[in-house]
Design a protein around this ligand. Structure first.
Ligand code: HEM
Length: 185
């Protein structure tokens, strides 16, 4: 496993991590600065409009380098199934996040934003954090603690429970957010 090609692909894997995850953290930092009243809402939208491309590029590079890494490793353990689920979740979640961002561009500082829209945005941002952190922590465990981790016993059940909980939160939020309430940005 620890051959020169493995380390070359690992280099690209980590480059993708810096570009993709670094851009996620930058975007979220601007979101936090807006909550703390340190930057304007329109600034957050401008920054996230740029970082979005870097997040996609980093994610794509991680997948492109991750596949040969896994082939060279030659083992697909239970925890890797969970990691691949997180990677897919991040990719899929990027689509609604992109659409929400397109809608976000229509708002200006001081505008009234529907609560339902904010709920969807916060849900997608939370899923993105969960997915990225999940994949990073599992990657770290595999590389630095145990190479093969046959846990959890039934990754499919864990994934189904996780997806079920997310769907419940989404449906619940949609039902509660139907009342036309807005928040000033
Ligand atoms: C969002 C996407 C991903 C993230 C955040 C991520 C994260 C990581 C991290 C942090 C490491 C440890 C690197 C080190 O400490 O040197 C790692 C290693 C690794 N990653 Fe990924 N990864 C992602 C996608 C993938 C994909 C799609 C695959 C396979 C198809 C993959 C396969 C691997 C392999 C084989 C290793 C070497 C460690 C091991 O599992 O034995 N990764 N990854």
């Amino acid at each position: 496993m620890e051959t020169t090609p493995f380390f070359i692909f690992l280099f690209f894997h980590l480059t993708g991590l810096i570009i993709g995850f670094g851009s996620v953290i930058t975007t979220d930092l601007f979101g936090l600065l807006w909550i703390w009243n340190r930057v304007r809402f329109t600034q957050v939208i401008k920054v996230s409009g740029i970082t979005e491309y870097f997040i996609w590029a980093g994610w794509a590079l991680m997948v492109a380098a991750g596949v040969p890494l896994l082939v060279l490793k030659g083992e697909l353990d239970q925890l890797m199934v969970i990691k691949l689920f997180f990677v897919g979740l991040v990719g899929l979640n990027g689509l609604p996040l992109h659409l929400l961002h397109q809608q976000l561009k229509r708002f200006k500082d001081g505008d009234q934003v529907p609560k339902l829209f904010l709920f969807r945005l916060i849900l997608c941002l939370s899923i993105s954090q969960l997915g990225w952190w999940g994949a990073v922590v599992i990657g770290f465990f595999h590389r630095h603690i145990w190479t093969i981790i046959e846990w959890p016993a039934r990754p499919g059940v864990m994934i189904a429970l996780f997806v079920g909980s997310l769907l419940l939160i989404w449906v619940g939020g949609e039902a509660l957010g139907r009342r036309k309430r807005t928040v000033s940005v």
